[in-house]
Ligand binder design. Structure first.
Ligand SMILES: *Cc1c(COP(=O)(O)O)cnc(C)c1O
Length: 919
């Protein structure tokens, strides 16, 4: 893969690391400045030269942030020119400290060039910054302007004059003069919340940032050398929305503002102003836009509710803390949890608390805000984890007899959902990653084959849903756009359920968004509406007049749906608590279904069936708050988490000592080449630039979420469980998932660079110990170690595939498609006389494998890890499953008790059962 490595810090390959590299650069400038101030006359010139270099590089980039801003940068330059090392060091120190600590958001002092703090306020932040109102949230507004930069200071002051005491937020302004600079600022500056476009700015940036021009030109619908007047602003608006849809956009124009405001090009622009209008309107609009996102309807009301004196006569003695604070025995409950959580408890749905089951007030508004923030058409709140959200969605979209093509490795809530709804699972297999004892994701070819099999059988009309996990526990991301497009070509009204339990954060990061269910639903909707698609489809259709299911070449051909028939029907569930700031069990169901009007009734039924009539108020509030956070800082936080994971990957894999024993699996390790068409091997320079990663994520069948790191530890002689234990006991590092020879390290929006260095330090310590044991150990000890490594790295058990349902649960035992009636099998086991047990180690197992009768599982058997069912009710158990279970060294296996053995349905019970006689 070609690299666009360049030491210029603003190369596009650095977009993710940019914020952290910027602070590093300030740190270095600060260190150099101190060295200069302390240097002897002889050394001073060389230190000064260094300072000059660092400052020069920073000056270029500081255009995109409000702080330190032009005047502080100017002051630094002046101090340098004046050879005033003291003043330079002082300025560099205070600027970098304010930047690192975030003090520039809170304190006016740090904006001053005058170090005594009593100088003129540079950007004239409002006086309240010094008072108790310092807690006002701060943000930055990008102004794209045709005005000469020499006049910028004056317009900044004009804007500053509009600030009022009563404003709920405070902001400062960043000015740029071109389309390219505006896009760059959008990418780099996570403090931005709004963009003001003043019609008439130019296209090209004066800065020469490698890779930028080419990248931008490739991704916009515009020929920069041939621009219609006015098109630049609306194209910029659309491009910004594509990167950060949450930003509020304002357009100031001399053109007929009222016509433009209603036009298609101005879609996504919050307000269009005529140039000469009152600037105060703009100021108020900007604040209003932030208020819309800041507002948390449910949480705000809950806080109000907690403050009111209320006598309660409903069930829930702890509400208002009444049974707690007066108790002789449980007062520590109140001390530990504090008063608010008790004052905010109620079982009432009055007092503006609304009802989760029948929302009409602020919960309804929470749902609407969530739908807006996550790019969905509708949203529902889940208060019992995605385990329940999945059951709700499955039951809402499936009825008995419907076929669901489903990844056998999906979370058990889906399988239980099929039992509940009577849907018939058609299990499809993910590609195996045997070397790590895990599965990847289901190849599109496999899904298409399943659809074609059903078409050949005449059962395609019963195939209702495609149900996949995106991304998987280990970070395999589907290409939902491509999967849906090709499946819809075979059956245009398919429903998709994407379980994005881990992936809720992903829509807030422009790189990840393309791999999300909602991102794909939006992209496909736009695509099928376009004239260009219609033309493309017509041409394709000529060559593929009908899709013959026996035509194997179709499995590799790119299929296209008929734009007149296709329906976009996408459901997403995610565990908000897994990647955002919600309490445990906080979950969301996101919907983009053009035919939802036919599902709304069943959806409500399913929601009622599974949702408690006493949902936890704090959970609902936390979902509301998680949405607020993501809509205001999700971009910055997810970019930062991605950066951190890229750094950590590099720190481990490039470390001379650690990399002898540990390795973070790369995309190349985790995704077979056939699914990685771009050939991308790893992230970041020298392997790939940001633009190349973006292209690979657009096109490749699978991609790997860098924030989910498989840390392979077999070469260190540890199995996953051992390393997990060691990290917890010795280093206070908590890990959740393990495989036979790896652990999973997850980076989230809460992780810091200190967390990353804690892990690197732990791995370095462990590696050093192994090194020493190798050096000082006896030959016998070394042999034991080598044997252990071999067993962990190469002797990994083959993962068993889904075998088939027993004929008693199949409509057509000759069919290639494997869907079966799982529900009757599940309930058959409720009658104990239908069941028997065989011990895993017994000869009987081997005898029955060889001579029959077939062993048929009576229930789900789910080992943790890997956490998916290796047996489901009604499944015929084959030798590979037995071998796998015998080799399996995990202790927790749901549905299996070693003392009893494997629970089977008796052959006599099966003989009496006819398929289709569901109970
Ligand atoms: C965790 C998880 C679930 C269940 O979510 P909870 O919020 O824990 O109930 C469902 N699906 C997948 C893929 C998961 O990882």
């Amino acid at each position: 893969m070609k690299t666009s490595s360049d030491s210029h810090p603003a190369t596009l390959s650095h977009v993710f690391s940019f914020a952290s590299e910027r602070t590093d650069q300030w740190r270095q400038l600060n260190a150099q400045a101190r060295a200069w101030a302390a240097a002897s006359d002889k050394d001073a010139p060389s230190h000064k030269r260094k300072c000059d270099e660092y400052l020069g590089a920073l000056r270029e980039l500081e255009h995109y942030w409000a702080f330190p801003g032009p005047r502080l940068m100017e002051a630094l330059s002046t101090a340098l020119e004046d050879q005033d090392a003291e003043a330079f060091a002082h300025l560099a120190q205070s600027a970098s400290a304010a930047l690192l600590s975030g003090d520039f958001r809170r304190s006016e002092n740090v904006w001053n060039t005058d170090n005594d703090g009593d100088g003129r306020a540079l950007d004239a932040l409002p006086p309240d910054m010094l008072s108790g109102a310092a807690a006002k949230p701060y943000f930055e507004v990008l102004v794209v302007t045709p005005v000469q930069s020499t006049h910028w200071a004056r317009s900044r002051e004009e804007i500053a004059r509009m600030r009022r005491e009563e404003d709920p937020f405070k902001y400062t302004v960043v000015q740029v003069a071109s389309f390219e600079d505006a896009l760059l600022a959008t990418l780099l500056n996570g403090n931005l919340q709004a963009v003001v476009l003043l019609d008439g700015f130019s296209f090209a940036s004066r800065q020469d940032i490698p890779g930028m021009h080419e990248y931008i030109r490739r991704h916009i619908d515009l020929d920069p050398d041939n621009i219609e007047p006015g098109a630049l602003a609306t194209t910029l608006a659309q491009s910004i929305k594509r990167i950060r849809p949450e930003l509020d956009l304002y357009l100031l124009t001399d053109r007929a503002a009222e016509t433009l405001a209603g036009s298609e090009q101005a879609r996504g622009i919050r307000r269009v102003f005529h140039h000469v209008e009152e600037p105060m309107e703009l100021h108020l609009s900007i604040l209003d836009g932030i208020s819309d996102r800041f507002e948390t309807p449910y949480f705000d009301n809950l806080k109000k509710y907690a403050r009111r004196p209320i006598g309660t006569f409903h069930a829930l003695p702890i509400a208002r803390g009444k049974s707690v604070f007066s108790s002789n025995w449980i007062r520590d409950m109140g001390e530990f949890y504090g008063t608010n959580i008790l004052y905010a408890e109620s079982s009432a749905t009055t007092g503006g608390l609304d009802s989760l089951l029948e929302p009409t007030g602020n919960i309804k508004r929470v749902q609407e805000a969530i739908a807006r923030a996550f790019g969905a058409k509708r949203a529902y709140l889940g208060t019992n984890g995605t385990s329940t959200s999945n059951k709700i969605v499955v039951q809402a979209i499936c009825k008995p007899g419907d076929i669901v093509i489903v990844d056998r490795n999906c979370h058990k809530s889906h399988h239980y959902g099929f039992v509940l709804s009577g849907a018939q699972p058609y299990y499809v297999e993910a590609f195996p990653l045997t070397q790590y004892s895990m599965y990847g994701a289901v190849p599109l070819r496999t899904i298409k084959q399943a659809l074609f099999d059903c078409k050949a059988e005449g059962t395609l009309d019963r195939v209702k849903v495609i149900d996949m996990t995106n991304c998987t526990f280990d970070g395999h991301m589907y290409n939902p756009r491509r999967v849906m497009e090709e499946c819809l070509a075979i059956k245009p009204d398919l429903v998709f359920l994407w379980d994005e339990a881990w992936f809720g954060f992903a829509v807030f990061n422009p790189l990840h968004r393309r791999r999300t269910a909602m991102g794909a639903a939006a992209a496909l909707t736009e695509r099928y509406r376009s004239k260009a698609y219609r033309a493309e489809y017509e041409a394709w259709r000529e060559k593929h007049p009908d899709l013959d299911p026996s035509d194997a070449s179709l499995l590799d051909a790119r299929l296209m749906p008929d734009p007149d028939k296709v329906r976009i029907r996408v459901y997403q569930t995610h565990s908000t608590h897994k990647s955002m700031s919600a309490f445990r069990q906080g979950s969301m169901m996101l919907i983009w279904d053009e035919d939802f009007r036919h599902v709304e009734g069943p959806f409500e039924e399913a929601f009622f069936a599974h949702t408690s009539t006493s949902p936890n108020l704090q959970l609902i509030a936390s979902l509301d708050i998680a949405r607020r956070q993501m809509e205001l800082e999700g971009y910055a936080l997810t970019v930062q988490a991605t950066d951190l994971s890229l750094r950590l990957r590099r720190a481990i894999n490039d470390h001379p000592l650690i990399s002898k024993y540990f390795h973070v699996a790369t995309p190349e390790d985790m995704i077979p080449a056939e699914f990685r068409e771009s050939g991308i091997k790893d992230y970041g320079p020298p392997h790939s630039s940001w633009a190349e990663v973006a292209d690979a994520w657009d096109q490749d069948e699978f991609a790997l979420d860098p924030t989910r790191m498989t840390l392979v530890c077999g070469a260190a002689g540890f199995d996953g469980t051992q390393l997990k234990g060691l990290l917890a006991e010795r280093f206070d590092i908590q890990i959740n998932k393990t495989s036979r020879n790896s652990i999973l390290v997850q980076i989230n929006i809460n992780n810091t660079r200190s967390d990353a260095s804690l892990l690197v330090k732990a791995l370095a310590d462990l590696s050093r110990e192994i090194d020493q044991r190798q050096e000082h150990g006896t030959a016998a000890e070394c042999d034991v170690f080598a044997a252990r490594v071999k067993s962990l790295v190469t002797d990994v058990p083959d993962l068993p595939n889904f075998s088939r349902f027993h004929d008693a649960f199949r409509d057509n035992s000759a069919s290639r498609s494997n869907e079966g009636h799982m529900r009757p099998a599940f309930f058959m086991a409720y009658d104990e006389s239908n069941c028997e047990f065989v011990k895993l180690a017994s000869d009987e197992v081997d005898k029955r494998l060889k001579d029959g009768p077939e062993m048929v599982s009576a229930n789900f058997v789910i080992p943790y890890p890997p956490g998916f069912p290796i047996m489901v009710p009604g499944q015929v158990i084959q030798a590979d499953t037995i071998t796998y279970m015998r080799k399996l060294d995990v202790k927790e296996i749901h549905g299996y008790h070693a003392a009893q053995g494997i629970k089977l349905l008796k052959p006599s019970a099966l003989a009496g059962h006819r398929p289709g006689t569901d109970r």
